[in-house]
Design a protein around this ligand. Structure first.
Ligand code: ATP
Length: 949
């Protein structure tokens, strides 16, 4: 066996260096490195590193189950298993070696020699130290699962003296995992005590949900509902992602980077997701491999004006070690991969990300944002895993290059909405009424995909159930509902509504509005008592429900407040803009300036002031609310609050801004290249303007704004379009004068979004919905409407969640709509019979990559050769020779091996020959091992030389 001397430089580190040095992998695998890799995999005595490498190799497909079992032979010594693994990897060639090195990087095993070595060299001192903390050490080992009760009993045997017990414990540790060694190490230092303190403080901070602050406490455990978390990169078959995947290996794109980004829209649940992660870590229920977790909120970091070192930042802002600060920090520096730091709400930081100022020394003080940026880049605390959340608008390319991976949080799924409402209302009859009311209004159902809106809607169930036909349609409607809800709470005895209610509370609304407005202006979301005084916010207004006390660790003495949610702050800022006479006349215009860097308040700042400051996505949300509040539908509410002429003037300003904003986009459309269609590639700002127009819900205005849009094709790929945006798009685009192609690939349209798009299907020539999480139900609704729309002639649905069940709708569409031109499906989970059903209908159908898709999705674990494409289906394939555009035949058949071993009979080959007569593009068709006699093979080869038997 190779000798593993813990005091030497660790072989795994060497391995890493080699990988970095890019030595050809096969050479690297040859004998001279072998013993070092072996030692790296086995030095801890635990099979864990080897097993984790195997997990990665299995997951990436380099190893089959057979390989796995060949390596992991129970009862065989660990070194023998590891040797077998190396042999196998080497035998498999370069690709496997590559995957193996990646796997080692993924697993990045701790330097076990270092810790076990430390236990060895410090053995005499440890024996002495352990005697005084034996109980704590055993408790921790038992709790973590590293020791069993028998192990503890063995250590504790009464025949042993205390020093013998300590020695026994150390002896046991040598044969256990690396984590056991770490725990023993923690036990004799202050670390274990610090970890406990940190866990309990993280648990205390994350047990309750903030939004319920003013309306009663809600335990996170009782209300947490899983949201839809997806990898940003186009990862096929990624399936459902959970909390552990945030740090897990799935979707890693830059192995050298430490930072994972979770992006999502306002209210999509990013903070709540992190809160859940913190709570579960504090309980030891997730990320057990991380010894310390430090949670930060960027919103709160804004108020730290002193320069700090990283050590101070961690200890001062998260949890203060009562003793041995330096030793604990040393542990963090020495074992970075056992530590996670989370930063919630990067978009709320006053400064935008920059990698210009480098700080590499952990004791060097620097402004907090500089520390944060250096942590994210890995210049500080390299190896510590960082998880950061942000709105997508606030993430630029400079940060992206430092990301290990990016995940998108897309709010609740339809099932999630169901589950959340039931958790919110224990009375089942109320829950079902609320759900029925939400489902009856598809616009509202779309809105409820956003957790914050779902929370408001279900919080205001009385208002919701009492509003008859007038249920909320827009985001502004939902926020007006909660405004009314809280105001009515204050009016317990009186029963005023609408305009009267607002008039009665105008003073309070303006005070809170001013606070919110100034906050949005200055990217300030936490308010001190003095801020409240400046805006004359009274105690009664504080208790009205819109504000909640901030859980600020660094200012425990002084009370600080936040709005229930930042979108609530934007709503109050919008109310202030609409109702106050004290705002600048140009406020509305500035709010709508389309270019983000010159939006709103941003442009009020001098250039010097702007430098380094973050852009403010909350201005756009405020602008959306201003549009809604100034719409015709809501103007009656302000009758008694502010002169009608002022409101009308502001409304005209909004309309003008929207009009101008759209014109800017239209002007950016390049003239069409010869023979190509005129196409507009919309930016997220365009979608935002569409949402503002929808909030106003004024048909004339929408029609007028769109009258100047002359394009054949509207491309809105990667624009973060979900059901809410689809509602707005359909409302606005239905006013287009001539039919267009609408490309919505790579968004989160889903079935609910598809339903929302139906009102504009009549002006839609083609609809591209690739990669949009659409199921058969969505297709059913799309087809039902599509067959009534003359212009609708083309649909692309690659990479959705379609099964065989939807093929009947597709064939119905093809049969019913004689003018349907093109249907594009790739990577759908259809089995071959589903395809056949469509194939036998008429049309030009593009089936590129279909076989691959089937193999991956609908027949997991099966090879294409196992499909039974018998004579019947081939007849159907052949029948397609009558089609006008024969795009489909060449593609699947070009991969000719695909028809090998498919039980094809003479009848099938006959049809194939006829089809091939019309198709000269196919060079060869492999038909080996089908159901043909030797005579039939000879005959067919004579008839068609491209057939290979
Ligand atoms: N997974 C969830 N389960 C239950 N409720 C949730 C969940 N996610 C969000 N919510 C509700 O929605 C509210 C807003 O969510 P959260 O603050 O997490 O969104 P966010 O994406 O961080 O928003 P922002 O970007 O504006 O900070 C929460 O306070 C909570 O009431």
């Amino acid at each position: 066996e190779p000798k593993c001397n813990p005091s030497q430089t660790h072989p795994q580190k060497e391995t890493m260096n080699l990988i970095v040095a890019n030595i050809p992998l096969c050479i690297w695998f040859q004998a001279n490195q072998r013993s070092e890799i072996l030692c790296g995999l086995c030095a801890s005595g635990s099979p864990e590193p080897l097993e984790r490498v195997l997990d990665v190799l299995l997951a990436c497909g380099e190893f089959s189950w057979e390989d796995y079992h060949n390596v992991r032979v129970q009862g065989r010594p660990l070194h023998a298993n590891a040797r077998h693994l190396l042999d196998l990897v080497y035998a498999k060639g370069e690709a496997a070696c590559q995957a193996f090195t990646e796997a080692i990087r993924e697993v990045r095993p701790e330097d076990p020699g270092r810790v076990t070595g430390m236990l060895l060299t410090r053995r005499p001192t440890l024996v002495a130290e352990l005697q005084s903390c034996m109980d704590g050490a055993l408790e921790a080992l038992l709790e973590s699962g590293c020791f069993t009760h028998e192990d503890c009993g063995d250590v504790r045997l009464p025949i042993h003296t205390p020093s013998q017990q300590a020695r026994r414990l150390l002896d046991h540790t040598v044969f256990k995992s690396f984590f056991t060694s770490i725990l023993v190490y923690l036990s004799i230092t202050e670390l274990l005590i610090y970890q406990k303190k940190l866990r309990s403080s993280v648990s205390a901070q994350s047990s309750f949900l903030n939004t319920y602050g003013g309306t009663g406490h809600m335990l996170l455990d009782d209300i947490y509902t899983e949201g839809q978390l997806e990898l940003a990169q186009d990862c096929k078959d990624q399936g459902h992602l959970g909390l552990e995947d945030i740090i897990g290996t799935a979707g890693n794109v830059n192995q050298e980077a430490d930072t994972v980004l979770i992006s999502g829209d306002a209210g999509s649940g990013k903070s709540t997701l992190l809160q859940r992660l913190h709570l579960l870590w504090a309980r030891g229920a997730t990320l057990p491999e991380f010894v310390l977790l430090f949670p930060f909120s960027c919103r709160k970091l804004n108020s730290e004006l002193n320069e700090l070192s990283v050590q101070k930042l961690l200890f001062h802002h998260c949890c203060w070690p009562d003793r041995d600060q330096d030793e604990i920090f040393r542990f963090i520096l020495d074992h970075p991969h056992l530590v996670v730091i989370t930063f919630d709400g990067l978009d709320e930081l006053k400064q935008s990300f920059s990698d210009e100022r480098r700080v590499c020394c952990p004791t060097e003080p620097a402004p907090v944002h500089v520390l944060l940026f250096n942590l994210l880049q890995g210049s500080l605390l390299k190896g510590v895993r960082k998880v950061v959340t942000s709105r997508p608008e606030a993430v630029g390319s400079t940060l992206r290059k430092h990301l290990r991976k990016e995940l998108f949080l897309k709010g609740f799924s339809p099932d999630g909405i169901n589950c959340f409402v039931k958790k919110q209302h224990h009375d089942l009859s109320v829950a079902s009424k609320v759900l029925a009311s939400i489902q009856a209004n598809t616009a509202l159902f779309g809105l409820c995909h956003s957790p914050v809106l779902c929370w408001i809607v279900s919080q205001c169930h009385k208002e919701l159930l009492g509003c008859g036909d007038g249920t909320p349609q827009t985001i502004t409607d939902v926020y007006l509902m909660i405004l009314q809800h809280f105001l009515q709470h204050q009016n317990a005895s009186k029963c005023s509504e609408g305009a009267t209610l607002l008039q009665e509370h105008l003073g309070g609304i303006l005070h809170l509005g001013q606070l919110a407005f100034q906050g949005v202006e200055a990217s300030c979301y936490v308010f001190a008592g003095t801020d409240l005084e400046t805006c004359c916010v009274t105690d009664k207004e504080i208790c009205a429900g819109f504000l909640t006390q901030s859980k600020e660790m660094s200012f425990p003495q002084s009370l600080r407040y936040e709005f229930l949610h930042v979108t609530m702050q934007c709503f109050f800022a919008a109310l202030y803009i609409v109702l106050s006479n004290n705002t600048d006349r140009s406020t509305v215009a500035k709010l709508f300036e389309a270019d983000f860097s010159s939006t709103c308040f941003w442009s009020c700042l001098s250039v010097d002031h702007r430098q380094g400051l973050a852009e403010n996505p909350n201005s756009q949300i405020t602008a959306t609310f201003v549009s809604g509040l100034l719409s015709q539908r809501h103007r009656h509410l302000w009758l008694h609050c502010t002169p009608t002429t002022t409101v009308e003037k502001k409304a005209r300003q909004v309309v003008r801004c929207l009009h101008n904003g759209m014109q800017e986009h239209f002007k950016s459309i390049p003239p069409p290249v010869q023979c190509e269609k005129k196409s507009m590639h919309a930016m997220p700002g365009f979608v935002w303007l569409i949402k503002c127009i929808y909030e106003m819900r004024e048909s004339n205005m929408a029609e007028e704004v769109l009258s100047q849009l002359e394009v054949d094709h509207l491309k809105m790929t990667y624009c973060n379009i979900g059901p809410v945006e689809c509602t707005a798009l359909a409302y606005v685009l239905k006013h287009l004068r001539s039919p267009v192609g609408i490309e919505l690939d790579n968004n989160s349209v889903g079935d609910v979004g598809v339903e929302q798009l139906l009102p504009c299907l009549h002006i839609c020539k083609s609809l591209y919905l690739r990669n949009n999480n659409i199921t058969d139900e969505g297709i059913r609704k799309l087809v039902a409407k599509g067959i009534q729309c003359d212009n609708f002639q083309k649909i692309a649905l690659f990479n959705n969640r379609l099964t065989d069940a939807c093929t009947q709708h597709v064939s119905h569409l093809l049969k019913t709509k004689q003018n349907f031109l093109s249907l594009r499906f790739v990577q759908c989970s259809w089995c071959v019979w589903g395809w056949v059903k469509i194939l036998i209908t008429r049309s030009s159908v593009f089936f590129g990559g279909q076989w691959r898709g089937q193999r991956r999705s609908s027949c997991p674990g099966q090879d294409a050769r196992e499909w039974h494409i018998t004579g019947g289906p081939v007849v159907s394939l052949a029948s397609l020779r009558k089609c006008s555009t024969l795009q489909l035949i060449p593609l699947p058949l070009l991969h000719c091996t695909r028809l090998t071993e498919n039980c094809i009979t003479r009848e099938g080959v006959d049809c194939l020959v006829q089809a091939l007569e019309r198709n000269k593009r196919i060079k060869s068709v492999w038909l080996r091992n089908n159901h043909l006699s030797p005579e039939e093979v000879v005959e067919m080869t004579r008839r068609e030389s491209r057939l290979i038997f």
